[in-house]
Design a binder for this molecule. Structure first.
Ligand SMILES: CC(C)(COP(=O)(O)OP(=O)(O)OC[C@H]1O[C@@H](n2cnc3c(N)ncnc32)[C@H](O)[C@@H]1OP(=O)(O)O)[C@@H](O)C(=O)NCCC(=O)NCCS
Length: 179
């Protein structure tokens, strides 16, 4: 499913449009963008169009394009949602490097977290981040995610094995912070 339009102060989360696929072709060919992602291979236009179709039809994923100043700059989603246990895994990519360090990821996660707890009625959100990905972890912690543990030597990149930080946020803890 595509999530509905969620307007923040600096960014907007919106459903995908037909021409969005081309942005991802460019972003996923850039190793600086993908270095911390689980998916590190480039993608063709057809593969990305297929992905957008699949994610739009999925009943267990909620996915948005992130927009700033009317331009697509990235994407975020809640994946593998278990509707019985009311939990899911979150992820984000900011493909436009000129948009980094402007607080956009922090705000996109804020909108996503609120929507997950207040509209989807989820109980918990989980994620995994390369331990060297300080920016992502900071943005997650700003949004209430807490350490669950560290998965050792989980991915291989730049000639080295890298650990992954496991984080999660429970709705009750998040709600207390909203008061
Ligand atoms: C990681 C990523 C999502 C961060 O997005 P962003 O919009 O630049 O993040 P924000 O501007 O909201 O910054 C979040 C925090 O990280 C800090 N930060 C940003 N870039 C940083 C960097 N390169 N190194 C260290 N800290 C950084 C910010 O100062 C901010 O901290 P603060 O809240 O204490 O001020 C983005 O760089 C990205 O998508 N990278 C490529 C893909 C990726 O790594 N995705 C995440 C996989 S889990």
């Amino acid at each position: 499913m595509f999530g509905p339009l969620l307007r923040g102060d600096k960014i907007t989360l919106r459903p995908a449009r037909e021409n969005d696929a081309e942005h991802f072709v460019r972003w996923f060919a850039d190793m600086e963008v993908t270095r911390f992602l689980a998916r590190r291979m480039a993608i063709t236009l057809e593969q990305e169009q297929e992905f957008l179709k699949k994610v739009g039809e999925s009943k267990d994923d909620v996915w948005w394009v992130i927009e700033a100043d009317g331009k697509a700059i990235g994407a975020t989603g809640i994946h593998g949602i278990n509707w019985l246990d009311a939990n899911g895994h979150t992820g984000i990519v900011m493909g436009e490097k000129a948009s980094w360090r402007k607080g956009y990821a922090t705000e996109a996660m804020r909108r996503r977290t609120r929507y997950a707890f207040r509209e989807l009625n989820l109980h918990k959100l989980m994620t995994e981040v390369d331990t060297e990905n300080e920016a992502s972890r900071k943005a997650l912690e700003r949004n209430g995610y807490r350490t669950v543990g560290v998965s050792r030597e989980q991915s291989f990149r730049g000639g080295k094995w890298r650990d992954r930080w496991l984080g999660e946020v429970l709705r009750d803890d998040w709600e207390k912070k909203q008061a």
